[in-house]
Design a protein around this ligand. Structure first.
Ligand SMILES: [Fe+2]
Ligand SMILES: [Fe+2]
Length: 267
Protein backbone atom coordinates (compact mmCIF):
# COMPACT_ATOMS: atom_id res chain seq x y z
CA UNK A 1 0.00 0.00 0.00
CA UNK A 2 1.34 3.37 -1.03
CA UNK A 3 -0.48 5.79 1.24
CA UNK A 4 0.39 5.98 4.95
CA UNK A 5 -3.13 6.24 6.37
CA UNK A 6 -2.04 5.62 9.95
CA UNK A 7 -0.61 9.14 10.21
CA UNK A 8 -3.72 10.84 11.48
CA UNK A 9 -3.25 14.57 11.53
CA UNK A 10 -3.07 15.93 15.02
CA UNK A 11 -5.15 18.96 13.99
CA UNK A 12 -8.00 16.70 12.86
CA UNK A 13 -8.20 15.03 16.26
CA UNK A 14 -7.82 18.32 18.13
CA UNK A 15 -10.53 20.16 16.18
CA UNK A 16 -13.13 17.37 16.04
CA UNK A 17 -14.77 18.12 19.44
CA UNK A 18 -15.14 21.79 18.40
CA UNK A 19 -16.34 21.20 14.85
CA UNK A 20 -18.82 18.49 15.96
CA UNK A 21 -19.80 20.20 19.24
CA UNK A 22 -23.62 19.90 19.16
CA UNK A 23 -26.50 18.43 17.14
CA UNK A 24 -26.84 21.46 14.89
CA UNK A 25 -23.11 21.46 14.06
CA UNK A 26 -23.17 17.67 13.56
CA UNK A 27 -26.09 17.88 11.12
CA UNK A 28 -24.45 20.73 9.21
CA UNK A 29 -21.16 18.80 8.94
CA UNK A 30 -22.96 15.64 7.86
CA UNK A 31 -24.73 17.57 5.11
CA UNK A 32 -21.33 18.92 4.03
CA UNK A 33 -20.04 15.33 3.84
CA UNK A 34 -23.13 14.33 1.85
CA UNK A 35 -22.33 17.10 -0.66
CA UNK A 36 -18.71 15.97 -0.99
CA UNK A 37 -19.72 12.33 -1.40
CA UNK A 38 -22.27 13.24 -4.05
CA UNK A 39 -19.67 15.30 -5.93
CA UNK A 40 -17.25 12.31 -5.75
CA UNK A 41 -19.97 10.00 -7.03
CA UNK A 42 -20.58 12.22 -10.07
CA UNK A 43 -16.84 12.37 -10.81
CA UNK A 44 -16.39 8.59 -10.50
CA UNK A 45 -19.36 7.91 -12.79
CA UNK A 46 -17.96 10.40 -15.28
CA UNK A 47 -14.56 8.63 -15.10
CA UNK A 48 -16.36 5.31 -15.75
CA UNK A 49 -17.87 6.86 -18.86
CA UNK A 50 -14.55 8.20 -20.10
CA UNK A 51 -11.99 5.43 -19.45
CA UNK A 52 -10.95 2.99 -22.18
CA UNK A 53 -9.99 0.31 -19.65
CA UNK A 54 -12.87 -2.14 -18.99
CA UNK A 55 -11.50 -3.15 -15.56
CA UNK A 56 -11.15 0.46 -14.45
CA UNK A 57 -14.64 1.23 -15.78
CA UNK A 58 -16.09 -1.47 -13.50
CA UNK A 59 -14.12 -0.23 -10.50
CA UNK A 60 -14.98 3.42 -11.10
CA UNK A 61 -18.65 2.59 -11.57
CA UNK A 62 -18.83 0.60 -8.34
CA UNK A 63 -16.94 3.35 -6.56
CA UNK A 64 -19.43 5.95 -7.88
CA UNK A 65 -22.37 3.93 -6.57
CA UNK A 66 -20.67 3.61 -3.15
CA UNK A 67 -20.22 7.37 -2.92
CA UNK A 68 -23.86 8.01 -3.88
CA UNK A 69 -24.92 5.62 -1.11
CA UNK A 70 -22.62 7.40 1.36
CA UNK A 71 -24.18 10.74 0.40
CA UNK A 72 -27.65 9.34 1.10
CA UNK A 73 -26.59 7.85 4.45
CA UNK A 74 -24.98 11.12 5.59
CA UNK A 75 -28.08 13.07 4.52
CA UNK A 76 -30.42 10.68 6.36
CA UNK A 77 -28.26 10.82 9.50
CA UNK A 78 -28.23 14.64 9.39
CA UNK A 79 -32.04 14.70 9.21
CA UNK A 80 -32.30 12.40 12.22
CA UNK A 81 -29.81 14.41 14.29
CA UNK A 82 -31.22 17.89 13.58
CA UNK A 83 -33.91 18.13 10.86
CA UNK A 84 -34.00 21.93 10.84
CA UNK A 85 -30.22 22.34 10.39
CA UNK A 86 -30.22 19.61 7.71
CA UNK A 87 -32.94 21.44 5.79
CA UNK A 88 -31.13 24.77 6.10
CA UNK A 89 -27.98 23.35 4.49
CA UNK A 90 -29.80 21.90 1.47
CA UNK A 91 -28.88 24.96 -0.61
CA UNK A 92 -25.21 24.61 0.43
CA UNK A 93 -25.32 20.93 -0.52
CA UNK A 94 -26.71 21.71 -3.97
CA UNK A 95 -23.97 24.28 -4.48
CA UNK A 96 -21.10 21.94 -3.54
CA UNK A 97 -22.34 18.60 -4.86
CA UNK A 98 -20.83 19.20 -8.26
CA UNK A 99 -18.82 17.18 -10.70
CA UNK A 100 -15.29 18.53 -11.09
CA UNK A 101 -14.40 16.56 -14.22
CA UNK A 102 -11.12 15.47 -12.66
CA UNK A 103 -10.63 12.51 -14.97
CA UNK A 104 -10.83 14.87 -17.91
CA UNK A 105 -8.56 17.47 -16.32
CA UNK A 106 -5.89 15.14 -14.90
CA UNK A 107 -5.79 12.07 -17.12
CA UNK A 108 -5.99 8.40 -16.01
CA UNK A 109 -2.90 7.92 -13.86
CA UNK A 110 -3.02 11.26 -11.97
CA UNK A 111 -6.76 10.73 -11.51
CA UNK A 112 -6.18 7.36 -9.78
CA UNK A 113 -3.41 8.97 -7.69
CA UNK A 114 -5.86 11.70 -6.69
CA UNK A 115 -8.57 9.16 -5.81
CA UNK A 116 -6.09 7.10 -3.76
CA UNK A 117 -4.87 10.11 -1.80
CA UNK A 118 -8.38 11.55 -1.24
CA UNK A 119 -9.77 8.19 -0.12
CA UNK A 120 -6.88 7.71 2.31
CA UNK A 121 -7.64 11.12 3.86
CA UNK A 122 -11.36 10.30 4.08
CA UNK A 123 -10.61 6.96 5.74
CA UNK A 124 -8.32 8.64 8.28
CA UNK A 125 -10.93 11.30 9.03
CA UNK A 126 -13.73 8.74 9.45
CA UNK A 127 -11.57 6.75 11.88
CA UNK A 128 -11.15 9.88 14.01
CA UNK A 129 -14.90 10.54 13.89
CA UNK A 130 -15.81 6.95 14.70
CA UNK A 131 -13.59 7.10 17.79
CA UNK A 132 -14.99 10.52 18.74
CA UNK A 133 -18.64 9.43 18.58
CA UNK A 134 -17.94 6.08 20.26
CA UNK A 135 -16.43 7.97 23.19
CA UNK A 136 -19.42 10.34 23.33
CA UNK A 137 -22.09 7.58 23.48
CA UNK A 138 -23.34 8.31 19.96
CA UNK A 139 -23.42 4.70 18.78
CA UNK A 140 -25.45 5.44 15.66
CA UNK A 141 -22.92 7.96 14.37
CA UNK A 142 -19.94 5.80 15.36
CA UNK A 143 -21.47 2.91 13.38
CA UNK A 144 -22.14 5.19 10.41
CA UNK A 145 -18.49 6.25 10.21
CA UNK A 146 -17.21 2.72 10.82
CA UNK A 147 -19.34 1.26 8.00
CA UNK A 148 -18.60 4.01 5.50
CA UNK A 149 -14.95 3.86 6.57
CA UNK A 150 -14.87 0.21 5.44
CA UNK A 151 -15.93 1.27 1.94
CA UNK A 152 -13.28 4.01 1.95
CA UNK A 153 -10.70 1.39 2.93
CA UNK A 154 -11.79 -0.64 -0.12
CA UNK A 155 -11.39 2.44 -2.32
CA UNK A 156 -7.90 3.05 -0.90
CA UNK A 157 -7.02 -0.60 -1.55
CA UNK A 158 -8.20 -0.86 -5.17
CA UNK A 159 -6.69 2.51 -6.20
CA UNK A 160 -3.43 1.54 -4.45
CA UNK A 161 -3.42 -1.80 -6.29
CA UNK A 162 -3.84 0.00 -9.65
CA UNK A 163 -0.94 2.33 -8.83
CA UNK A 164 1.19 -0.63 -7.71
CA UNK A 165 0.37 -2.34 -11.02
CA UNK A 166 1.56 0.72 -12.95
CA UNK A 167 4.71 0.76 -10.85
CA UNK A 168 5.34 -2.89 -11.73
CA UNK A 169 4.84 -1.97 -15.38
CA UNK A 170 7.71 0.54 -15.16
CA UNK A 171 5.70 3.70 -14.51
CA UNK A 172 6.97 4.17 -10.95
CA UNK A 173 8.39 7.66 -11.55
CA UNK A 174 5.08 8.77 -13.07
CA UNK A 175 3.15 7.36 -10.10
CA UNK A 176 5.49 9.06 -7.60
CA UNK A 177 5.21 12.39 -9.40
CA UNK A 178 1.40 12.18 -9.54
CA UNK A 179 1.18 11.32 -5.82
CA UNK A 180 3.50 14.22 -4.94
CA UNK A 181 1.37 16.60 -6.97
CA UNK A 182 -1.93 15.49 -5.44
CA UNK A 183 -0.46 15.76 -1.93
CA UNK A 184 0.80 19.25 -2.69
CA UNK A 185 -2.59 20.15 -4.12
CA UNK A 186 -4.35 18.73 -1.02
CA UNK A 187 -1.97 20.63 1.28
CA UNK A 188 -2.58 23.85 -0.65
CA UNK A 189 -6.35 23.40 -0.54
CA UNK A 190 -6.17 22.58 3.18
CA UNK A 191 -4.12 25.72 3.77
CA UNK A 192 -6.63 27.82 1.80
CA UNK A 193 -9.53 26.33 3.78
CA UNK A 194 -7.73 26.99 7.07
CA UNK A 195 -6.85 30.51 5.89
CA UNK A 196 -10.51 31.20 5.11
CA UNK A 197 -11.59 29.99 8.55
CA UNK A 198 -8.83 31.97 10.30
CA UNK A 199 -9.86 35.01 8.24
CA UNK A 200 -13.51 34.59 9.32
CA UNK A 201 -12.49 34.40 12.98
CA UNK A 202 -10.19 37.43 12.64
CA UNK A 203 -12.97 39.50 11.04
CA UNK A 204 -15.38 38.56 13.85
CA UNK A 205 -12.81 39.44 16.53
CA UNK A 206 -12.05 42.77 14.82
CA UNK A 207 -15.75 43.62 14.56
CA UNK A 208 -16.27 42.83 18.25
CA UNK A 209 -13.24 44.96 19.19
CA UNK A 210 -14.47 47.80 16.98
CA UNK A 211 -17.93 47.57 18.54
CA UNK A 212 -16.50 47.59 22.07
CA UNK A 213 -14.20 50.54 21.24
CA UNK A 214 -16.73 52.66 19.33
CA UNK A 215 -19.84 52.10 21.44
CA UNK A 216 -18.61 54.15 24.47
CA UNK A 217 -17.60 56.94 22.06
CA UNK A 218 -21.13 57.11 20.65
CA UNK A 219 -22.56 57.06 24.17
CA UNK A 220 -20.30 60.02 25.07
CA UNK A 221 -21.27 61.96 21.95
CA UNK A 222 -24.95 61.34 22.67
CA UNK A 223 -24.57 62.50 26.26
CA UNK A 224 -22.79 65.70 25.15
CA UNK A 225 -25.47 66.34 22.51
CA UNK A 226 -28.25 65.86 25.10
CA UNK A 227 -26.58 68.27 27.50
CA UNK A 228 -26.17 70.88 24.75
CA UNK A 229 -29.85 70.48 23.81
CA UNK A 230 -30.90 71.06 27.43
CA UNK A 231 -28.76 74.20 27.67
CA UNK A 232 -30.00 75.39 24.25
CA UNK A 233 -33.63 74.87 25.30
CA UNK A 234 -33.25 76.96 28.42
CA UNK A 235 -31.45 79.67 26.47
CA UNK A 236 -33.94 79.75 23.60
CA UNK A 237 -36.81 79.84 26.18
CA UNK A 238 -35.42 83.07 27.64
CA UNK A 239 -35.00 84.56 24.18
CA UNK A 240 -38.53 83.64 23.29
CA UNK A 241 -39.91 85.42 26.36
CA UNK A 242 -37.83 88.51 25.45
CA UNK A 243 -39.13 88.58 21.88
CA UNK A 244 -42.71 88.33 23.16
CA UNK A 245 -41.97 91.35 25.37
CA UNK A 246 -40.59 93.24 22.37
CA UNK A 247 -43.70 92.36 20.39
CA UNK A 248 -45.96 93.79 23.14
CA UNK A 249 -43.79 96.84 23.23
CA UNK A 250 -44.19 97.59 19.54
CA UNK A 251 -47.97 97.26 19.79
CA UNK A 252 -48.40 99.39 22.88
CA UNK A 253 -45.87 101.80 24.29
CA UNK A 254 -42.40 102.98 23.13
CA UNK A 255 -40.85 102.35 26.54
CA UNK A 256 -39.89 98.89 27.58
CA UNK A 257 -41.68 97.56 30.69
CA UNK A 258 -39.02 96.12 32.94
CA UNK A 259 -41.19 94.70 35.69
CA UNK A 260 -44.66 93.48 36.56
CA UNK A 261 -45.45 96.79 38.31
CA UNK A 262 -44.53 98.76 35.20
CA UNK A 263 -46.76 96.54 33.12
CA UNK A 264 -49.64 97.16 35.49
CA UNK A 265 -48.99 100.92 35.34
CA UNK A 266 -48.98 100.85 31.54
CA UNK A 267 -52.26 98.98 31.36
FE1 LIG B 1 -17.30 7.92 0.44
FE1 LIG C 1 -14.75 6.78 -1.04
Amino acid sequence: MIEHTQRLPFVMRATTPIAWRNDRAIATKLMGFAATELGSSLDMLRAAERTDDARLRRLYFRHGLDEARHAQRFRDAAKRVHPEAAEQTRAHEKLHARRMDLHEQLGELPFVAFVHSAEARAKAQFEVLEAHFASHDRAELATLFREIGKDEQRHVAYSGAILDGWRAAGRGAEVDRALRQVRLRAAWQGWRRAGRRIGDVMVRVLLILLFVAVLPLFALIQRCARRRDEIGWRHSGTQSFGSQSLGSQSLGSQSSPSSLDELRRQS
